[in-house]
Design a protein around this ligand. Sequence first.
Ligand code: ASP
Length: 277
Amino acid sequence: MTLVQAACLADALEAGYGILAQGGPAVAAVESTIGLLEQSGLFNAGRGANRQLDGVQRMDAAIMEGAHLEAGAVASIEGILHPITAARLVLEETDHVLLVGPLASRFARHFKLDRHRSTGVPRRLSYGRILARQRCSTTERYGTVGTVALDRSGTVAAGASTGGIESMLPGRVGDSPLIGCGVYADNHSGAVSMTGMGEGIIRLVIAKSICDRLAMGKSPAVAAGQVLRMLVSRIRGSAGAVVLSPDGRFAIRHVTPHMAAGWWNGIGLPTVRGEFL
Ligand code: ASP
């Protein structure tokens, strides 16, 4: 993690906590924290989103609150600076949970969300070459941005926003917009936001699996540790989790080499580190 990224994470934590300190809802804190990171261009989300193998940025995001289990998400959205806001609009303005592709972008434009003009040029590659490139990809770098928050009313919320992974096929959707996979929040268990290789996170429904363990009385650290170890042992997956229980206990755990993350409860300065091992 660079110093600039660390400073940006600390600013985002302060912005989110500021909303909670004024009595604002956890979903607003999550949206604001993630929005700053999307805006920064320093992470794999919003302005800084990865490109798919045809050169186009297609982004995924989700947000969920734990009082009524309301959730909203967008997948494969293009040209929008804040996919997390589009996800919150799905939660608040529709009866649906997930909108995808160009019609998710159209939905966001209807609400006049800030646009993001991608600077890259779409690549004219044959599908055969795209498939070949995807097969020989070996990189494992993640940078999804995610947040969990607990507000004064005792409601938890979780969110995530991402440009996906390196070397992905056009149209690939990861775990982040899939409720229960990349994100989950329930006041009866807790809130979880994931980063890492989405395919593994989806196959083990990781966010909900961690919440189920919280509901059984495990601490955030134990719940996250057990599920992440299972991800490695069963399918050699790779991920990190931020986990918060409704009583305010939290854990940041990863089985990736690094995970830039932080936390703040309004006392002193925000804690930001590049790994939590
Ligand atoms: N989980 C994201 C995805 O698979 C990638 C990331 O965490 O950076 O789309």
